[in-house]
Design a protein around this ligand. Sequence first.
Ligand code: 13P
Ligand code: ZN
Length: 269
Amino acid sequence: MKSILENRPELAKQIHDVAEVAGYLWQKGWAERNGGNITVNISNIIDDGIINMPAISEKIPLGKPMQNLKGGYFFCKGTNRRMRDLARFPMENGSVIRITNDGAHYEIIADHPVKPTSELASHLSIHNYLIGKGSTYKAILHTHPIDLVAMTHNPVFLEKDKLTHLLWSMIPETRAFCPHGVGIIPYQMPSSFELADATIQALNQYDVVMWEKHGVVSVSENIMEAFDMVDTLSKSAQIYLTAKSMGFVPTGTTVEQMNELKEAFNLPG
Ligand code: 13P
Ligand code: ZN
């Protein structure tokens, strides 16, 4: 059977990057069983051959019409599929979907009828929001980093921007490469539109959002960048936890040092 990736180097590169990141998530211990999901908006690298591809599934309702997604194309990790399997066989553990012209349904077009992630409501709501505001962001990553999720079990870290400032202060790179910080969303049912709506709200201000007692969502231009932000935040969390396990509370960079960095690199926040 011919894959949609054949003779489409740009699309193949995107899927290759998704597979590479999926492998990292497994290696990091962030992807137990089927934990986490990835979607990428590939609408800008679609050709007539793809537009004319017949659907290989029914039309499945999105649950809510999303005007900006009409006729859009997305690669999605499959629900219940393992990141470690996505890493090796991306087109057998994920699929390409097309949003129908009413913006209210999707259909799978390639390579196999793999049902998209159960977090599709959040992923597509975020893509709908990003397109609506003219963003160049195309990749969304949801994953379960042990250290960051553990921190959301402490109510102190759920206070607005508390975790952002703590993580920024552990190593300068975190402020530089995650300059908008981390938004926190109080616990909501996984897969729900409530969770999706709260995530969109938080993405007004932040590039990375923590779902309390569940995981993180990161959005960026491409999947590598989305991964890098979570990786950098997790590094900071590790430094904090390592210092605590050595028996002291880390001092963190000072306000002056932070401000110096902010000015030198023209950072927001
Ligand atoms: P899926 O296997 O449906 O992608 O779900 C994994 C997950 O992390 C749900 O929050
Ligand atoms: Zn999850």
